[in-house]
Design a binder for this molecule. Structure first.
Ligand SMILES: [Zn+2]
Length: 110
C-alpha cells in the first residue's frame, strides 16, 4: 500500500464498517477490527468557513465524504475532511481522495 490516501476504519466479521474506528459494531454488536483502506469517496455535503481559528488559512473548505461501498454495503461510513487546496472548487458528487495527516483528514479531488 504505497498510496498516501489511506485511512483506518473498523470492520466486523459481518462486513459492517465504521469511521471512526470502534471496538463494537453498532449494527450487530460483534467485535470490530481496524482495517486500512483507500480513502476514496463522494462528497455528500460541504461548507466554507470564512472565519477559521487563528493559524488557519481563510477560507477553510470542509467536506463530508461517503466512502466507496464494499460489496453490497448499504450505508458506507462518512469522513469529515478539510480540503487541502482551499482554492479547489467543490460540489456535491465530486470524488475525493482523503489522507490522514495525523493532525487531520485532508481531501483532494481525484
Ligand atoms: Zn457488524
Amino acid at each position: 500500500m504505497t498510496s498516501p490516501h489511506m485511512i483506518t476504519v473498523s470492520r466486523c466479521d459481518d462486513g459492517h464498517r465504521t469511521h471512526p474506528v470502534r471496538r463494537d459494531c453498532p449494527a450487530c454488536g460483534a467485535d470490530m477490527h481496524p482495517v486500512v483502506i483507500e480513502g476514496k469517496g463522494t462528497v455528500i455535503t460541504w461548507t466554507r468557513i470564512e472565519r477559521p481559528p487563528e493559524g488557519f488559512k481563510t477560507p477553510q473548505l470542509v467536506v463530508l465524504v461517503r466512502l466507496e461501498a464494499e460489496r453490497e454495503e448499504k450505508d458506507p461510513p462518512v469522513v469529515l475532511a478539510a480540503v487541502a487546496d482551499t482554492t479547489t472548487k467543490v460540489e456535491c458528487g465530486n470524488v475525493m481522495l482523503i489522507r490522514d495527516t495525523q493532525e487531520r483528514y485532508e481531501a483532494e479531488p481525484l
